[in-house]
Ligand binder design. Structure first.
Ligand SMILES: *Cc1c(COP(=O)(O)O)cnc(C)c1O
Length: 288
């Protein structure tokens, strides 16, 4: 582990930026019972930057590219809690889950990737101390450039709706699969990127429709899972599911980035992912 040190000037800059963002996070969360987690998104930034914040007490860092994350995890302290927030390809799931201090994969969208993460975690020596947290990513803005599962249509969220409709939705199916079939994973919550435009279209106190959709999808998912197990009493699967689902409540919401994290927190975010406001503008990926 021989990571170069950032200059004293750079260290100070990072600490000042981080503290300013942290203050805004705390201000936005005032009056609410939850304390959001601030994930410092360090993609394309050098390990020396991460170490400077680590020395300041920061432990949650987010990365987008599997190779870059693997490299940084090797050379940086092993009590960092890494969040993988990039596009998740099934063929990279094994490498990611082999990182012992990977805290969360925030971009799960397929049962195939879930199975690989789960089986990789099961095979690690030494074994992981905790289940690997996963967030299911939703495409709340419907933009083609964004990945994520579709948001459940509003009709499905009505309480009177037949749960059969709910259980055939892809979000329900993936969540159910993780809870029932992936003992080495913990369904931690839902994640979205959301449209940046949506964050700016409205006044300061307006509601961002993408964040609203994620919140509603979370509430829908929780109640659908719970309703489903109320219907299937006395099966082994129902008991298992019941225990698992009760332990999940409340599912978290990962939403909010540099430009909109304060709004996201006001709308219930428990996990914000902030990059450029802490580290400054990023270089283009190719030259990094
Ligand atoms: C890059 C990235 C961020 C951080 O973006 P900033 O606007 O720099 O804060 C957050 N979430 C995801 C998924 C990202 O890819």
């Amino acid at each position: 582990m021989s990571v170069e040190r950032a200059t004293a000037e750079r260290q100070q800059e990072l600490v000042d930026n981080y503290d300013a963002v942290k203050q805004q996070v705390d201000d936005a969360a005032q009056g609410s019972s939850h304390k959001p987690r601030l994930v410092a998104v360090s993609k394309l930034k050098p390990s020396s930057d991460i170490l400077a914040l680590y020395d300041h007490g920061v432990r949650n860092f987010g990365e987008n590219y599997p190779q870059e994350l693997e490299q940084k995890a090797k050379e940086l302290p092993n009590d960092i809690q890494w969040h993988f927030i990039g596009a998740l390809q099934s063929n990279k799931a094994k490498m990611l889950a082999s990182i012992p201090n990977l805290f969360a994969v925030e971009t799960l969208t397929s049962t195939k990737a879930a199975n690989t993460l789960n089986s990789t975690c099961a095979s690690l020596t030494p074994p992981r101390q905790d289940a690997l947290n996963v967030f299911i990513q939703l495409n709340t803005s419907g933009e083609e450039s964004k990945s994520g599962l579709a948001v459940p249509p509003p009709a499905l969220s009505s309480e009177t709706n037949n749960n059969e409709d709910a259980t055939s939705h892809e979000l329900y199916k993936l969540a159910h699969h993780v809870v029932v079939n992936c003992p080495n994973l913990r369904l931690k919550g839902l994640m979205t990127i959301g449209s940046i435009d949506a964050s700016f279209q409205h006044g300061a106190d307006a509601v961002n429709p993408d964040f609203d959709k994620l919140t509603k999808a979370r509430d829908w998912l929780q109640s659908s899972l719970e309703r489903q197990l109320d219907q299937q009493t006395n099966t082994e699967e129902a008991d298992e599911l019941k225990r698992a689902v009760q332990g999940l409540r409340p599912l978290e919401l990962s939403m909010g980035m540099s430009e909109d994290f304060a709004e996201a927190i006001k709308q219930g975010s428990s996990n914000v992912r902030v990059g450029s406001k802490i580290f400054g503008a990023r270089p283009p990926r190719k030259t990094a």
